[in-house]
Write a protein that binds this ligand. Structure first.
Ligand code: ATP
Length: 270
């Protein structure tokens, strides 16, 4: 028996309300929601609906969240796989997986296919990391290109892919009819961080001393993923301390921990 080939979620509950900030990205993605909901409006006038868009931005800024929100807003199934899953695959497996994915997506259309870390498969050909691994990666990339070209723009499948390295991508991926739209998903500024804190504080029991503006000012360089961690860590700390509400001290300690964690990560990388 084979393990699950990719994740499929038929009932996505995430919407644009769950994504803080990123207004421009949301606006551009709203168009894709419309394509999925009312394709005829566009095709009747002879227009071709785009097949794919590339979400470009640093780690943890909400690319996966946005892609899911598009599926949630349009009430369509969400299929996802990660480019890095292909790196260690045996010959032929990656290409077969891509074919299976598109076969299922066609049966469930309209739908979203999300490919995280597309740079792991989509590096320009002939530009490799591990010897030997390259041929398989190229096979996978080729099968992705073949599948993308193999369905019409009226098939109701839209492919969103995420990367923080658009510079290394094979230019074949960006040709018209493929990922010909790029949407930037930037790291949040202080206003953005405030908005992200608000989203992640919604389910928390907070003390009256909480000052979101201060917290946003104390977290430069934090992406949404880190802010989400901080909120959860603060809740756990407050619980451990036997408090009935989470206060600023818990948030400060959670921020310190997160900074410690980030520093460790950076040391490992450099
Ligand atoms: P990576 O490139 O590392 O896969 P990503 O850009 O896909 O990261 P997500 O996986 O979407 O980032 O973000 C991780 C988590 O961080 C989300 O599930 C969410 O909890 C939180 N998050 C990130 N950005 C935002 C945002 N703009 N608004 C609200 N929550 C956010």
């Amino acid at each position: 028996s084979r393990a699950a080939l990719f994740d499929a979620d038929n009932k996505v509950k995430i919407t644009f309300n769950d994504v803080a900030g990123l207004e421009e990205a949301k606006e551009e993605l709203q168009e894709i929601v419309d394509f999925l909901k009312t394709p005829k409006k566009y095709t009747e006038l002879g227009g071709k609906i785009p097949k794919g868009a590339l979400l470009v931005g640093p780690p943890g800024t909400g690319k996966t969240l946005l892609a899911k929100a598009v599926a949630g807003e349009a009430s369509v199934p969400f299929f996802s796989l990660s480019g890095s899953d292909f790196v260690e695959m045996f010959v032929g497996v990656g290409a077969a997986r891509v074919r299976d994915l598109f076969k299922q997506a066609k049966e469930k259309a309209p739908c979203i296919i999300f490919i995280d870390e597309i740079d792991a498969v989509g590096r320009s050909r002939g530009r490799g990391s591990m010897p030997g691994a390259n041929d398989e990666r190229e096979n996978t990339l080729n099968s992705l290109l073949v599948e993308m070209d193999g369905f019409g723009s009226d098939a109701g499948i839209i492919i969103l892919a995420a990367t923080n390295r658009p510079d290394v991508l094979d230019s074949a991926l960006m040709r018209p009819g493929r990922f010909d739209r790029q949407i930037s998903v930037d790291a949040p500024d202080i206003i953005g961080r405030e908005a992200i804190f608000k989203v992640h504080m919604k389910p928390l029991k907070l003390s009256n001393d909480i000052d979101i503006k201060k917290l946003a000012a104390q977290t430069p360089g934090f992406a949404g993923a880190e802010i989400a961690n901080v909120c959860n860590e603060a809740a756990l700390l407050a619980a451990r301390r036997g408090k009935s509400a989470i206060d600023m001290q818990d948030f400060h300690d959670a921020i310190d921990r997160e900074i410690g964690g980030l520093e460790k990560k950076n040391k490992l990388i450099s």
